[in-house]
Design a protein around this ligand. Structure first.
Ligand code: PPS
Length: 328
């Protein structure tokens, strides 16, 4: 059994709008990484502290499949994709049961007060389970590493993730401000699940582990069929016929997911949180644009430059290019 400990520090310097945030620093030594996690923090809601131990001690099963991402990096898209693979491409079931029931967002309950019991939902889900988390590797369950449950990690280029994240957090009443302020908050790690780069680069470093499949939103856009085939291999399923693969690509398209149980279920979650926060001034659409390069007409040249030079520092330190990580 490995030991762990964590400390929590309220972020007094975080933007005053929205819910209180804290830094979670974890000390543990059970993960195949060079750097130890005591060296870095993760920003989460302060109320998550009540759930921290429950997540770390979450009983994991060998046939669990986890989807782990930074927010807005293609989680929902990958959940629907992986669910199809795991469920032998049962399109009828995919259409009839909301994705949030088929694949619970495990720690959602800890993000805001008044959320549904997502830990119970995850614990009680029938195996093989498909579980969603945005937590960095350091905050994920111990047993996930001990049992080597499979993890699918999806990365997305930082600029598109940023422009997707702001309207989302505004809808959730977790941020209010200008784009400039949002980018600054993002780079200062003042937002949920930040820091962004270590989240991705730790999984990049672990991409050759047997239980890790690393991909990107960009690769899914470029070659969804290739990703579907990889996933079949990763979870030990036969690659289906070309006809089924084509049907899957169609089912997983932005337009069809917008209308399906996947897009609608996520929209319902956001609308529920908006109601809890009495936030009526947002018309946020969860299925927003669904493209690569959305930052190009949503950020100024200066904003792009500052995100690029900020990113360069992390990429240089890790000795990789963004082309390698995202397969651009
Ligand atoms: S969340 O709330 O953090 O779990 O959001 P997440 O699912 O990670 O990311 C939401 C973005 O993914 C886009 N999306 C898709 N793009 C292409 N095709 C499909 N099928 C698809 N499904 C979801 C969604 O539109 C969000 O991106 P943006 O750029 O905001 O449109």
């Amino acid at each position: 059994m490995s030991d762990y400990s964590h400390s929590v520090e309220e972020r007094v310097d975080a933007p005053k709008e929205g819910i209180p945030l804290s830094d979670y620093t974890v000390v543990r030594n059970d993960i195949p990484l060079k750097k130890q996690w005591s060296e870095r923090k993760c920003t989460m809601s302060s109320c998550y502290n009540k759930y921290f131990d429950r997540m770390i001690n979450f009983k994991s099963k060998e046939d669990d499949l986890w989807i782990v991402t930074m927010p807005k990096c293609g989680t929902t898209w990958m959940q629907e994709t992986a669910w199809l693979v795991q469920s032998d491409f049962d399109f009828d079931k995919a259409k009839s049961i909301p994705l949030t029931e088929r694949s619970p967002f495990v720690e959602l309950e800890g993000l805001y007060e008044g959320m549904p019991p997502t830990f119970d939902a995850a614990e009680n889900l029938q195996s093989p389970r498909l579980l969603k988390s945005h937590l960095p590797a350091s905050l994920l369950p111990k047993e996930l590493w001990q049992n080597r449950s499979k993890i699918i990690y999806v990365a997305r280029n930082v600029k598109d993730a940023v422009v997707s994240f702001q309207p989302f957090l505004e809808a959730l009443a977790t941020f209010k401000g200008t784009k400039e302020q949002f980018i600054q908050a993002f780079m200062n790690d003042d937002l949920y699940y930040c820091p962004f780069w270590p989240h991705i680069l730790e999984f990049w470093e672990m991409r050759h582990e047997k239980n890790v499949y690393f991909t990107s939103y960009e690769r899914m856009k470029k070659d969804l069929k290739g990703v579907l085939k990889d996933l079949c291999e990763f979870v030990g399923k036969p690659i289906p016929s070309e006809e089924i693969l084509n049907q899957a690509v169609d089912h997983l398209s932005f337009d069809s997911m917008k209308k399906s149980s996947a897009g609608k279920a996520m929209q319902a979650v956001i609308d529920g949180i908006k109601d809890l926060n009495n936030n009526n001034d947002s018309n946020f659409q969860f299925m927003r644009r669904g493209i690569v390069g959305s930052h190009k007409d949503e950020l100024t040249a200066d904003q792009i430059k500052s995100l690029d030079s900020w990113s360069e520092k992390f990429l240089n330190e890790a000795g990789v290019t963004s082309e390698e990580v995202f397969g651009l």
